[in-house]
Design a protein around this ligand. Sequence first.
Ligand code: C2E
Ligand code: MG
Ligand code: MG
Ligand code: MG
Length: 276
Amino acid sequence: RAKSTSVSQALIFGIDMKDELTHSSQLLKDIRQSIVDQDFLIYLQPKLNRDETLIGAEALVRWQHPTRGLLNPAAFIDQAEESNFIVKIGKQVLMQVCEQLSLWQRSSETQHLTISVNLSAKQIWQSQFVDDFMLTVNSFDIDKSKLIVEVTETVLLQDIKDATEKMNRLKSHGITISLDDFGTGYSSLNYLHRLPIDEIKIDRSFINDFAEDEQVKLMVKSIVDLANNFGVNVVAEGVENIEQFDLLKEFNVDVYQGFFFSKPISLIEFERYLLT
Ligand code: C2E
Ligand code: MG
Ligand code: MG
Ligand code: MG
């Protein structure tokens, strides 16, 4: 996406694209090599209930780049999607998520915890997506009800019938379906009744704005009420301060995630977090 914009800018403004193209082909080479070397790893961000009890975590991919250090998705996810490398990265992410679930499920203290994994549209559009996904999951001895997949509207927009069918199949295997970045697309509400959604995640842009903005506040409250009426679980992402947390509790949000509680942290840091 970013690339095509800058390509058209280059055409319009005559900017020399050579540097950027060299740069991005290097990035793709690096991604390819790092898939082989398994440099993609997961960080976990805690999800809590209104009592601030830990109920699970969202897995967020990080790239341990051989020379550039630890990279966030913003540095590579668009290119990984455009190139379809995200399909392979996504598989490695899913395996690490299942591995972590199987570890947690060996101990009575952590067996109730869930993990959410983000899915790219490119993964879901693969014709064998559900079979591949379940093959990976079933290669681990885990309680699948603790596995949540997060999808965005982008996934659904292209082919709602195909997406619905695939989500229904995942659900029939006991996987929980979450609609991420809820409210940012133009037809979010349309999906609430059409898709087998168990959970929505209110996008953090709303949470950011709402303390100062009565309109946004009303909107968030309406979204929560609507979801509750549909029996859909509500997660607020990007909770950064106590004012936001208090207000969201008033609105009866079920689950909370954000820097106020914890940033995404490594698996080792998460072990320590579990002890606190
Ligand atoms: P997302 O799924 O909406 O994830 C939430 C993002 O918000 C994460 O950014 C998280 O670090 C950030 N965040 C959480 N709490 C706060 C907060 O209180 N304040 C602020 N300012 N930010 C907060 P991150 O880890 O950089 O991931 C960005 C996006 O990359 C994700 O958005 C998701 O769309 C994508 N992504 C991450 N991991 C994966 C993955 O394994 N596969 C795929 N396909 N996409 C992924
Ligand atoms: Mg997410
Ligand atoms: Mg989100
Ligand atoms: Mg988001």
